[in-house]
Design a protein around this ligand. Sequence first.
Ligand code: NAP
Length: 472
Amino acid sequence: MNYEFLIKELFLMTGSIGFIFCLNLLSSPKTAKKGNILGMLSMCVIIIVYVYEISNCVKKTEILLILLFLSTFIGLLTSKKIKMTEMPQLVAVFNGLGGLSSTFVSIVEILNTIKKEGVINNYELLIAMSGIMIGAITFTGSFVAYLKLQELISSSCIIFYGHKTITTFTILILLLTVIFCNYNNSNIEIINICLFFSLFFSFFLGILLVIPIGGADMPVVISLLNSYSGIAACLAGFVINNKVLIISGSLVGASGIILTKLMCQAMNRSIINVTFGAFYIKVSDSLKQIKENYAREYLPVDAAILLNNSNKVIIVPGYGLAVSQAQHNIKEISNILKENNINVKYAIHPVAGRMPGHMNVLLAEADVSYEDLLDLEQVNQEFEDTDTVLIVGANDVVNPLARTEKTSPIYGMPILNADKSKNIIVFKRGKGKGFSGIDNPLFYMEKTGTIYGDAKKSIVNLINEIKALNNK
Ligand code: NAP
């Protein structure tokens, strides 16, 4: 019996099972940290097994170790430098690089097989070419998503003349390339040309598919690309017959697609509509009208008086909370209000911020109790009998136009019904719009007042005012 083989398989199985439990733990903010640690440990086990195996047969352990230390160093440096608000961009980069690696693995395997055996069977070729294409689409698609999220190019939908026709032709060329390649599976020159074609046109297709998607749909695209990178890895796993790659790739692929579906549900859109329904943002008359309206300004003392006279307060956090890092300050203000016997809850919209669970992560960092966090369905019935809502850097997720304005890019997205409460206090820096690029009529309602400035500073001022009132 080959014990070395058995031990290796045992370790690989342990690592793979670790990934499954890691995903399970990641599904709740309470256990997510443990899930991350388990995922890292599982990955370490698998890396050690492969480093040991490779160093046994190629005796190039030094190179492997140098690469391992170098990548660990880059990983550590990135994790230290990246801000919370830049996580979606980081995920986009990870997805893209994952897709590119799978593409390279499949290309090398096709070329190796042909070199060794003179021919590659059609089944293997089909899987490898699918891996190459999905990986390459993921790479350029993620790159475009990164540019949009980083606002290096316009984050709204970009469509050029003949966009759909060119996309259709590109898909056709790719299909024909795969068919042609399969008919010539022993001709190395034709296979080389087909590989070049499939690579080039898949890179191009990635750009064509992601560039028209914009605004509020970007998180869905990131999640979809995450799923693609998993599928590409899974296909690469089949090509090189690597079980761990197949298991981890399918886990990423499946979880990515489930998350995409959940996000689409949260925005009341279908995946097809998000991917192919690039819509043209038309500013209707009612949206134009909003721009001419007046937004009342509150001083911190006005807000403090309102809060002191409230019995029930709901805090709606949004992307601006992440930008200003005011999570500890809103925890402090909610503690002060609770000490004054005011009922305080947090309303969490599933796509508030810039990544799924963004608000949960921030509030968990400030030790806000999970019992105080209410999701969209739970909280929406509560607004009507709420005295004051504090909107901290949120915009699209409380925009009533999503209910009424058909030409609005967020039409149909379920929103937090903050506009139904008795009083609204908004924290924002100026006249900035939400991620979808449209204005928000909630800011101009009679019962709304805005405290302008960075949310953190404004909340600190507000806390001081409440304390001053309480000491009188
Ligand atoms: P939002 O619509 O992007 O609005 C953010 C608001 O915060 C703006 O009104 C901005 O106005 C204000 N703000 C920014 N920095 C601030 C600061 N330092 N202090 C105070 N206010 C500040 O945010 P949201 O309501 O959370 O909605 C999220 C949007 O992002 C949705 O459209 C969603 O679809 C999209 N999205 C979500 C994800 C996800 O997975 N969660 C990922 C990507 C995109 P000022 O500029 O005037 O301050």
